[in-house]
Design a protein around this ligand. Sequence first.
Ligand code: SAM
Length: 250
Amino acid sequence: MSLYDNPKYYEIAFSFRNIPAEVNFFEAAVKKFSKIKVRKVLELASGNSPYLKEWHRRGYEYFGLDLNGRMLDFVKARAKEGGIGVKLFRANMNKFSLGKLKVDLAYVLLGSLFAKSNEDFFQHLDCVGKTLRTGGLYILDGVVWFNLLGDNEQKWTISKNGIKMKVSFRATIIDHTAQTFRDNVVLEISDHEVRKRIRSHELRKFYFPQEFVSLIKCHNQFEFLGYFNDFDLKKPATVKGRQIAVLRKK
Ligand SMILES: C[S@@+](CC[C@H](N)C(=O)[O-])C[C@H]1O[C@@H](n2cnc3c(N)ncnc32)[C@H](O)[C@@H]1O
């Protein structure tokens, strides 16, 4: 079974986040760096749209884009239940157009930039560039790898509503020259009486801190504003925790 076809279990596995604190960081980054007022926000690889409720509560309009129809249906059903207006797009993040829609802030979470090469990444930036208003921020959580030589395995256990799971993540290098890896995520689930094992192993490219800065310069549609740690503008990125890159559309 594939992880992204199972939004209910995916959401529990990645529910360790403090969403109000993360959205506070986004608002602080906007206050500090954005040249435009933010009303419309776009999440790329939006999956279960973890920030949807929080953006709605704070008066923003939320847009999500994802390849997986099951994830999008899950979010639509939840939004309907909560009486939240939501507009979702089923598309590839490296090849999309939202027509006339322009957003004021774009972001990607948990390293969900599914580019296999620099060409894919530039196409992705072209698409984001066409959708994001000039002066708006593009915030990327977990996309750039700071732990260059260490073991990258992560393991945790988590439970919700009587569903318990062991989660593990490990990036396995596929091609050293192309800098590609598979992100092996495994969920071992006890859902009351039922046991399940779900995994994902998407192919992606590693981006390293100085390489990423050079690529942004070379692409030339965004300014690189900095790397931060753990959703705190006062903390520069370190090898531990969650590292965030902040870009601004030129
Ligand atoms: C790790 S989940 C992130 C979900 C959510 N943003 C979050 O923070 O929990 C990655 C999501 O990326 C989607 N995805 C994978 N490849 C994609 C692509 N090329 N374009 C758009 N979405 C993609 C998957 O369907 C999945 O929902």
